[in-house]
Ligand binder design. Structure first.
Ligand code: 5GP
Ligand code: MG
Length: 199
């Protein structure tokens, strides 16, 4: 499918327009919506009557969180944390660093850690350690995308939205240098001369 074929209206201001540097659609908004609905069913089944505490990793997870939340029927609390692996215009991970950790009391809670992408695995591993050390009764994990690349940390999420190739992606909450989060489909970022990715 070409980039413009199902682009719809987006921040570029007119129907069909996609910003410069943003490439082909990898996952369409329709596939995302269907998958999010299916994930919500599986997660709801797993938690049953337990109260769920979602620990969501800002900022890339925002749109996924909003869509998933509204499909989950159980009693839910939401906590957000903020980590950064790709500061500024970087397109290669520099490892997670916490920016914000405002999580309330997790003792005895059934936690669902929600992240946008599993890449090196460092973010999820770091969060799992932290959440467990705070006394959660159980910890399950869900990521929207799992990249097909070698992991630094061996972590397997309980639920995965889509397996994707090892390319830098934007849209549906995912950014590059703060931009493109509002694109409704997930797209590949085209290679740029000055991507700022080299450590
Ligand atoms: P990990 O710690 O698993 O290497 O990195 C996970 C985090 O890096 C994700 O939560 C996400 O915020 C960011 N990330 C990894 N790959 C991409 C990508 O292709 N696009 C964007 N926008 N962020 C990514
Ligand atoms: Mg993230």
């Amino acid at each position: 499918m070409t980039a413009g074929a199902d682009a719809g209206t987006n921040a570029a201001g007119r129907p069909g327009a996609v910003p410069l540097g943003v490439g082909a659609v990898l996952v369409t908004r329709r596939r995302i919506a269907r998958r999010v609905a299916a994930l919500a069913e599986r997660i709801a089944e797993s938690f049953g009557d337990e109260e769920m505490t979602i620990v969501a990793v800002l900022t890339g997870v925002l749109v996924f969180l909003a869509d998933l939340l509204r499909r989950l029927p159980t009693r839910i609390r939401v906590e957000v944390v903020s980590l950064s692996s790709y500061p500024g215009a970087a397109v290669q991970s520099r490892g997670p660093s916490f920016r914000l950790w405002p999580v309330g009391d997790l003792v005895g809670r059934h936690v669902l850690v929600l992240d946008d992408i599993l890449d090196t695995g460092q973010t999820l591993a770091c969060l799992l350690d932290r959440v467990r050390s705070l006394g959660a009764a159980s910890v399950r994990t869900c990521v929207l995308l799992r990249k097909n690349c070698p992991r630094v940390e061996r972590v397997e999420p309980d639920w995965v939205g889509f397996d994707v190739p090892d390319a830098f992606v934007v849209g549906y909450g995912l950014d590059h240098d703060g931009l493109y989060r509002n694109l409704p489909d997930i797209r590949v970022l085209e290679a740029q001369d000055d991507a700022g990715g080299a450590p």
